[in-house]
Design a protein around this ligand. Structure first.
Ligand SMILES: NC(=O)c1ccc[n+]([C@@H]2O[C@H](COP(=O)([O-])OP(=O)(O)OC[C@H]3O[C@@H](n4cnc5c(N)ncnc54)[C@H](OP(=O)(O)O)[C@@H]3O)[C@@H](O)[C@H]2O)c1
Length: 240
């Protein structure tokens, strides 16, 4: 049995590989957004991972407030506030920057999800105290740099996550690809080009890895959806 969850990377992209930008509000993108949500439900994953920027844009309640100094050092040990929640939003926040009103996130059409913050040991004592006060779960994955492999193993061993969805952004998706953690790639291709050279792309290196390699996949299926949208499924190509 695998030590980590089966992981699906689910991405909505323009024809030129952009994952955000003006193409998102084009009328032709509307059926793709519906298909994206519908397919996400189909995968029925217990937990969804988002990078720091994606969390700030759509899930966290801004940045953490100014926090009081702690008189003592707090242990860098994992904290499981709710192992039976059933649904989780896994928020990658290596330095501990995000703010939350409560320990759960509820989005329209999706089940209420308990928050798991993924930290490195660089995080401050005051931020650990903040998460404890909010009763948010947190796990440590790396001393000074995020280790995605450690993170996914902990999601399985501590929270029982068998199926994991990775839902961006591009930096997070690339990190998983570099560590060989994407079992399946699910791409919803919108028939619109964006053209913005500076826009966020499907996979983006932020220089977290010393040696980076192309990530290859084999096509599993290509399905036509409403509005000329394509759903492309790939599986990880096992290389020796
Ligand atoms: N179309 C879609 O399917 C889809 C889905 C989700 C998001 N998006 C879009 O994607 C964009 C954000 O994507 P993004 O690529 O810029 O950001 P991201 O993947 O959401 O977050 C990346 C950030 O996470 C932190 N990080 C630290 N260590 C990391 C590691 N090893 N691997 C990955 N991240 C690490 C870094 O922040 P620090 O430097 O602060 O530590 C890094 O800048 C947004 O525009 C959002 O709307 C699109």
């Amino acid at each position: 049995m695998s030590e980590r969850p089966y992981t699906v990377c689910h991405i909505l992209t323009s024809l030129d590989g952009k994952i955000d930008g003006s193409f998102m509000s084009a009328p032709e993108t509307a059926p793709a957004l519906r298909a994206y949500a519908d397919i996400r439900g189909q995968y029925d994953c217990a937990a969804t991972v988002y990078g720091t920027i994606t969390m700030i844009e759509g899930y966290a309640d801004g940045l953490a407030p100014v926090l009081p100094e702690q008189s003592r050092s707090l242990p860098r040990t994992d904290h499981v506030a709710d192992a039976g929640a059933g649904h989780y939003i896994v928020s990658v926040d290596p330095k501990g920057t995000l703010g939350f009103r409560s320990n759960a996130i509820e989005k329209k059409g999706r089940p209420k999800a308990h928050i798991i913050q993924v930290l490195t040991e660089q995080v401050s004592d005051r931020y650990i105290a903040y998460l404890r006060e909010k009763d948010i779960s947190y796990i440590f994955a790396g001393a000074d740099r995020l280790d995605c492999t450690v993170m996914v193993k902990k999601l399985k061993s501590l929270f029982g996550v068998q199926r994991l969805m990775l839902a961006g952004g591009g930096v997070m998706d690339w990190s998983f690809a570099q560590e060989g953690l994407i079992d399946e790639l699910s791409i919803v291709l919108v028939p619109v080009a964006d053209g913005d050279r500076a826009g966020a792309s499907m996979f983006e290196s932020a220089g977290f890895y010393e040696r980076e390699r192309p990530a290859a996949f084999s096509l599993l299926s290509a399905e036509r959806r409403d509005g000329g949208v394509l759903w492309l499924r790939y599986r990880k190509k096992n290389k020796e």
